[in-house]
Design a protein around this ligand. Structure first.
Ligand SMILES: Cc1ncc(COP(=O)(O)O)c(C=O)c1O
Length: 365
């Protein structure tokens, strides 16, 4: 067990926090990302000065110049991670260094200044300390943290901004896991792509998500919950969903997932699940996977299971893949053995119910 570095951000307490009663009401059944805590963390970077003004203060609007570069050119990157309350009341983060490293990698791609791991952890853990009462208890509930970097220089010039803000907000979220046994239908998009080679696919940046909304609407029109994107060059290989990675399980128990080709977001959950599956002694292959191989594998029964994974929902079984020219159901359409065992194994580690063999958990409170 390692402890997160002590907060070095100045804490200016919100003078008007919500009452216990109001907070309790908001935390009863929070809609994902709609409820925010009393505080936020923030620091500002200026060319030639570096990062300054580290503070944790009252949550509220961010005053912004209408010419702020982020509003015009989307020079922005973000992260998503959770704080988990264990049964003894302690509060923990799961592999936050991976989020810090991914934010730094995303920042490099978007020509934004990097946030050091130390600042990242201090901002996140300081905010959790300030809003400790907002960390829900109960298996499946957590405090979702949203660190982001944005170009705030007022300038319409298309060039890297000389003023950038780093902000972290926190939102209590309820149990969000798909009901066991239930799989979702996924639309395979032929007309739209998420990422191109040399583009921003492996960065966690706003534009990738903005571009996924139209295909997401197309998926909904076809009765599907989410979109599976194909590679942009040949529309031949499967990549990932709009906000989750994809894992395939063959009927012999071996596991297959698209390799991190530069167009796919390197998910923390993906890495953790692949590690747990390798621990089980399973063969895990990361490589290019053709859509036709997936469809044929589902039809022949060689592929017994497909699931998506990410921080928000952990593991979501995929029941059906649909597009204009095919509609295939995976096995009997219900969650397979691997999805329904590896998901809970990971959450058991996150909630302190199981041993943490890889030393992934970081105690905050
Ligand atoms: C495009 C995309 N892929 C995959 C993931 C899963 O990543 P993680 O497991 O780190 O949440 C996310 C969520 O952050 C995502 O937005």
């Amino acid at each position: 067990m390692e402890t997160v570095a002590p907060a070095q951000f100045i804490h200016v307490a919100n003078r008007h926090p919500l009452s216990d009663e109001e907070r309790g009401r908001l935390m009863e059944a929070p809609v994902f990302g709609k409820v925010f805590t009393d505080h936020m963390a923030r620091m500002t970077w200026r060319e030639g000065e570096g990062w300054r003004e580290r503070r944790i203060s009252a949550f509220g609007p961010l005053p912004m110049h209408p010419g702020a570069a982020v509003l015009h050119y989307a020079q922005q990157v973000f992260e998503g991670l959770k704080a988990y309350r264990h049964e003894d009341g302690s509060v923990w983060l799961f592999r936050p260094e991976m989020n810090a490293a991914r934010l730094a990698a995303s920042a490099r791609r978007l020509a934004l200044p990097e946030v050091s791991e130390e600042d990242f952890l201090a901002a996140v853990s300081g905010l959790i300390e300030a809003d400790a009462a907002w960390v829900p208890s109960g298996y499946g509930s957590s405090l979702y943290l949203r660190p982001f970097l944005m170009a705030t220089e007022p300038s319409l010039l298309v060039q890297p901004a000389d003023t950038v803000d780093f902000v972290v907000t926190a939102s209590p979220v309820g149990a969000y896991m798909a009901a066991a046994g239930e799989g979702v239908s996924i639309w395979v998009s032929r007309d739209f792509h998420r990422a191109t080679i040399g583009g921003t696919g492996e960065a966690k940046t706003a534009g990738n998500y903005a571009a996924s909304m139209l295909p997401q609407g197309e998926a909904a029109e076809h009765g599907c919950k989410q979109v599976l994107f194909l590679d942009a060059k040949e529309s031949r290989y499967i990549e990932e969903l709009g906000g989750m990675n994809v894992v395939i399980v063959r009927s012999d128990g071996s596991v297959l997932t698209p390799r991190l080709s530069g167009t796919i977001l390197p998910g923390v959950t993906r890495d953790s699940i692949l590690t747990l599956l390798r621990d089980e002694g399973r063969s895990v292959e990361e490589r290019d996977i053709e859509l036709s191989e997936v469809i044929e594998g589902i039809e022949s029964g060689e592929i017994g299971e497909i699931f998506a994974c990410g921080t928000a929902a952990v593991v979501t079984p995929i029941a059906r893949l649909v597009s204009d020219d095919f509609d295939v159901t995976v096995a009997d359409g219900s969650a397979g053995f691997v999805a329904s065992t590896v998901g809970p194994r990971l959450t058991d580690i996150q909630y302190g119910r199981a041993e943490d063999p890889h030393g992934w958990m970081r105690r905050v409170l």
